[in-house]
Structures are given as C-alpha cells and as structure tokens.
Design a protein around this ligand. Structure first.
Ligand code: NAD
Length: 388
C-alpha cells in the first residue's frame, strides 16, 4: 500500500475580501511586475469590475496595457494577439481579469510571449507539459465569475486553431502567483451566468471527489466546496447583491479547482465539445450533462453520492434526513431546475443528429479517462442521448 509517491500542493496566495482589488498594486510590486497587460473581454471592459481594477492601478501609479478582445470559450487567436500586444508594450506580467475565458488567455499569453510554436504543441495529453520551459512572467488572476477556479489552477483551456477543439495546456508554471477574490466584482454577473458558472464549481467538486485518485486533502476540500455551493448558489442567483453568498461562491469556485488537481470525469469530456461546436457556456454544458453521468456512475460512486445527499439534507430544515445515493441525483436535478436552467440539450440549440459526432470529440478529450466508471465512445453517445 502507498507504493506510489504522491505530491500534495496548494501554493496559490489568495487575497480575499470586499475591496481586495485595492491590494493589486502591492501584489504587483511584491511579484516584481512594473508593466502588466490586463487581459479581459469586451463585456467586462465596459463593466464595473474593469473600472475597479483600473482605478486601483491608477491610484498605485502603475503603467499598464489592456487587451480586451477575449472571446467566450477563447480561441487561439486571442492568445496570439494578446502575446503580440504583450511583447509590443514590453510587459512583464499579466493580470487576468474576468471569468475563466480571460484568465485562461492571460495564462497562455505568458507562455506564447516566450515560446515558439502553436498551442497544440503544448497540449497536455500530447506531452506538452515537458515543452513548457518556464518560469514565465507572473500571472495575477482576478475572477469576476465564481465557477472555473482558473485563478488557482495549473491549466488553461483554449480552442486550438490546428486541432479545431478545446485543448488543455497544463503546467505548474501556469499557476497564478496571486488570486485576488473580491466578492464585489461578481455583483454585476447576471443571474443566468451566476447559475451556470456556479454549476461549473459544483461539477468540479463532485467530479474530483469521485475520481479514483488518492488525495484525501482534495476530497475534504471538494466536500466542503459542495456544501458551500448547495448553501449559497441559489441565493447568489436570486439576489446578485447578496455579498455573503457571492463571497462564499467565489471561495467555493477556487476550492473546486484546487480539488480538481486530482482530476475530473466524463461530464467535462461531454461539455468541452458542446462549447466548441455549439458555443454553449461551459458551466451550462456541465449542468446539462451531469445528471446523466451521475446515473451512469451511480453504482461505483454510491458512497460519494450518499454523502452528497446528506449535504443536501443538512442544508435544509425540511424533508427526510435518511437520504441515499440515488436521491442525490434527484436533488442535483431539482437544484438545476431551481436555478432556472432549462434541462435538455435540445433546449439549447444542440441537434440530435450532432450527438454521434460530438461523442467522437468527447472520447478524444482526456477528462473521461479519470471518470470513476470507465467510458467507451458508445457510453459517451448514450450519455449525450440521455442529456438531450
Ligand atoms: P466567461 O469567462 O466566458 O464569461 C462569460 C461572460 O460573463 C462573458 O461575456 C463576460 O463578459 C461576462 N462576465 C464575467 N464576469 C462578469 C461580471 N462580474 N459582470 C458582468 N459580466 C461578467 O465564463 P466562465 O464560465 O467564467 O469561463 C468559461 C471558460 O473557462 C471556458 O472556456 C472553460 O473551458 C474555461 N474553464 C477553465 C478552467 C481552468 O481550470 N483553466 C476550468 C473550467 C473552465
């Protein structure tokens, strides 16, 4: 037993609290960044979070550049153009301001500002990690959604131009030096995106808890992350100004990504092609596929799901307390409904005839390889059909 040597590591410094954004100049100074590139998307450029960051930088007397052309489900061109801006302006660090899309582009920018080649050369499942010869310039991440947890993660998810699918680049060098979690910056996130990004955090916690890798530290974080999402996501969705709910969701999202250093599962393999082919929001795609994957995994994941059912029971004063594993699936479905997410891929522009092709892409995605129950491509097709 325990013959395999494992490393447990939780290194990101997290600055948390209302107004934490004002600490940005001090963080930049500590990390030796004098001319950062702020990487964000056009929607955020016009929204309150950008103004908060801009005023912190101006008050700190920091010279900065802005790249604000990140797409949702970002594409390789975003990284290419951000890296060009970075080099042209002589930047020495990035600030990823936004949801997972902006933060992932910021992470990939410091790599591509220094390395030759295309993103496909660095894809994790093709051994790309060894080709990333960091350290790279510092990354500071300021999330404005509470979902992906990219601010504490070692990966960046971008659609590769060459491979025409989402790829994951992964390296310890991609870990942000600092994550600034300011609940105030998530107040402007609309209800649908609050719900969808929150379901991303939930899926991270659940898939990492069930994935069969020995990591009891991550398991504990995943369980508490699930509890926080159950308690606070609906509140944050109903009232975006509920700072207690917003703050807890921000932390839960980071916990989800800390937990998934263990790895993920089949839901993520199903979700990735849905974003590439049909531009579905990533958290939404997870929410739509998760119940079918839970049913598929039920027998093998029963102890985890029984625990999840208890978390739901503990969070509500009413209802029976002696829930079992199968109840958890129903509770997840009820939660998705209460968040206002319409279940069924058919309701989100995914044609039934596309499922076969999607299942090929899902099988090529690496996340299902750590699903608690091994999946064939036919299994993935059936999971799409059930989610349709
Ligand atoms: P996103 O970054 O694509 O943002 C979605 C939309 O929300 C954008 O239009 C943005 O302008 C808007 N928005 C964000 N914050 C806002 C705010 N506070 N107020 C108003 N509008 C706001 O969405 P996301 O779910 O955070 O990120 C999804 C991406 O992250 C996907 O590409 C996914 O693959 C990736 N991802 C990465 C990781 C990782 O570990 N690197 C993990 C999960 C997902």
């Amino acid at each position: 037993m325990f013959d395999a040597i494992t490393t447990f590591s939780f290194p990101t410094r997290i600055v948390f609290g209302v107004g934490a954004t004002r600490q940005l100049p001090a963080c930049l100074e500590e990390d030796g960044v004098h001319r950062p590139l702020v990487v964000t998307d056009p929607g955020l450029r016009a929204a309150p979070p950008f103004k908060a960051v801009e005023s912190a930088l101006q008050e700190g007397g920091i010279q900065y550049e802005v790249f604000d052309a990140v797409h949702p489900n970002p594409i390789e061109e975003d990284v290419v153009h951000a890296a060009e801006s970075y080099r042209a302006a002589g930047c020495d660090g990035v600030i990823g301001l936004g949801g997972g899309s902006a933060i992932d582009v910021a992470k990939a920018t410091v790599v591509m500002a220094r390395q030759e080649g295309t993103l496909a050369d660095f894809e994790a499942q093709a051994g790309g990690m060894d080709r990333m010869t960091g350290p790279y310039d510092p990354i500071i991440a300021i999330p404005t959604t509470a979902g992906t947890g990219s601010e504490v993660g070692r990966s960046s998810v971008i659609t590769s131009h060459k491979l025409r699918r989402k790829i994951i680049i992964f390296s310890p060098w991609l870990m942000p030096k600092r994550a600034i979690l300011d609940p105030q910056l998530t107040v402007s996130l609309p209800p649908f995106l609050t719900a969808a990004t929150g379901m991303d955090a939930f899926t991270h916690c659940l898939e990492s808890l069930t994935c069969p890798v020995f990591h009891p530290l991550c398991d504990a974080i995943a369980i508490h992350g699930l509890e926080m999402v159950i308690r606070y996501l609906e509140r944050a969705t109903r009232d975006g100004r509920d700072i207690e709910a917003r703050g807890n969701m921000l932390v839960a999202a980071s916990m989800g990504a800390i937990a998934f250093q263990k790895d993920l599962g089949a839901t993520h393999s199903l979700a990735h092609p849905l974003s590439t082919e049909f531009a579905l929001h990533h958290g939404l795609a997870n929410a739509l596929c998760l119940p079918a994957v839970m049913k598929f995994n039920l027998e093998m994941a029963a102890p985890h799901y029984a625990r999840l059912a208890r978390l739901y029971s503990d969070s509500s004063a009413s209802g029976p307390q002696d829930r079992d594993a199968a109840d958890a699936i129903n509770m997840v479905e009820v939660m998705i409904d209460r968040l206002g997410i319409k279940r069924g891929l058919r309701n989100h522009g995914v044609p039934r005839e596309s499922l076969e092709g999607l299942s090929e892409s899902a099988f090529a995605d690496s996340c299902h390889k750590t699903n608690i129950r091994p999946c064939t491509q036919d299994d993935l097709l059936r999971l799409y059909q059930e989610s349709w």
